[in-house]
Design a protein around this ligand. Sequence first.
Ligand SMILES: [Fe+2]
Ligand SMILES: [Fe+2]
Length: 595
Amino acid sequence: MPTPQEWIHPEHLMSQSSDAKALLLAEKKLASLVENGLLLSREKDRDVLLRHILYGGREIAQCAIGTLFLKTEHNTLAFAMRTNDQALPSLELPLSLPDGGPNEKFVVTYAVNHNKTVIIDDVYSETRFDLSGTKRFSEESGIRTVSILTVPLSPRDGEVIGALQLINALHENTGEVVPFPRELIGFIEAMASQSAVALENQTLLEAQKVLINSLIKLVASAIDAKSAHTGGHCERVPELAMMLAEEAVKVADGPLAEFGFHSEEEWDEFRIGAWLHDCGKVTTPEYVVDKATKLETIYNRIHEVRMRFEVLLRDAEIAKLKNIIGGQPAAAAEATYAACVAQLKDDFAFIAECNIGGEFIAAEKVERIRSIGKHTWMRHFDDRIGLSSDELKRHGTTPAPALPVPEWLLADKESHRIPRRRSESTLNPKFGFQVKVPKDLYNMGEIYNLSIARGTLTEEERFKINDHIIQTITMLDTLPLPKHLKRIPEYAGTHHETLIGTGYPCRLTAQELSIPSRIMAIADIFEALTASDRPYKKAKTLSESVAILSYFKRDHHIDPDLFALFLTSGVYRRYAARFLNPEQIDEVDISRYLG
Ligand SMILES: [Fe+2]
Ligand SMILES: [Fe+2]
């Protein structure tokens, strides 16, 4: 504590005023530091963050120029950003020498390698480092570099991730280039440390985001790879959905005017939802997705059925020979045999045709399938050996009949029915699924399958196909989604709903379907219509696909305004140019579908 005499001593007065000045400066710098810290912790955009670090550093240090260096994955320092307009050098400074030792040639590599601040008061009298680059920069920029402060960017006790290099400290009053004031160093170092933490957090977040996106794409490509019938679908739907969403956010009037994604996070939420829209397909057995004929399970069972016809043909031949041996006139026996063979061939051709599933099967055809099935053949072998335990269980507990035993040519047996596990019989009520769950998981009955009225899928298999969306919703519901991604299940899980409550799995109506959900429905349908990489299916032309899509609009399955936007914005054309084969792309008269 100074004595009263000391208080009035002129020297003390001087030191008091310089103390006050230093205090003021410290206060100012602390305030900048706190403000900078807040800015850094809030910033999510990497470029903006780097900018804050660089310009914040220059502001606190009150200097002319700043350069930010970042450590690369291959142990070099790259120029990341600079405060003046000059283009950044593309060269990178190696942090180690060819012999493995640390590169101490440059100020910045030294600072990073040693995690140490380096202060140079006068570049031209500096002998420790190679400053030829700095001097060259001075010549090129016309700004003579005098003082340099290089601060490593390192979270406290963490790895150095880069460096902030500040050039030419400026005198507070005169603006003259001066050495960096030593009392500032602590502030700059504190700021560099804050920056390093913010950058490191941001890098970690970015890496996690990249990882999540890769995992999402991995799921989508696994589904696309699973079946040639849906190949590329999961990858193209998000592309189309994003294209249409980008147009929808631009609409300024009409029913779409209110729609918008207001942040990068909302876009991410939609993009991820689109990428995962069919993720439930991982649970759909390939044989159901790819079922190309009615008797197909893992393979086409027509071969099994044909073999029975072969057996019947041989039986007929044996009967003929036995009849001849028994004294029947050969001509009569031959005639009976020939008639039988002709009938068998005709019947088999009919069954084979039914198996294709190309045409509608009318009631009389079903009747003929049944009556052909009533032919019998003799089984001499035990049909309960060589089976898996599951298969054996399906035979039930009835004792095996004595052999030989007559078998139907075609049959629906108990052993053809694959029961649904109890846990799969009821759906979780929390999702509000409005679907009828078939009693059996599968029914492989031969007559049952051959009698499928349209296509190749039984009711059970059709359910299995549609079940992918139930699985999508259920699977996504189990994810611990952060707040900004909460709508992913909605975006992913509504693309099979219609505006009039006839869709699945929840029979939602227009009021319950958001614009992004409606965009997803259009993207899903249009991709499937235009896909050219599906087997057994000729690719539709662009005009055919648009015409079919218009029927979905007519039937109130898809949103009419989005459909119109899809056409008027040219999204259909741009999508076609990117993803359709040139021969698919024809003229579309969109005026036919508008208004
Ligand atoms: Fe789907
Ligand atoms: Fe889909």
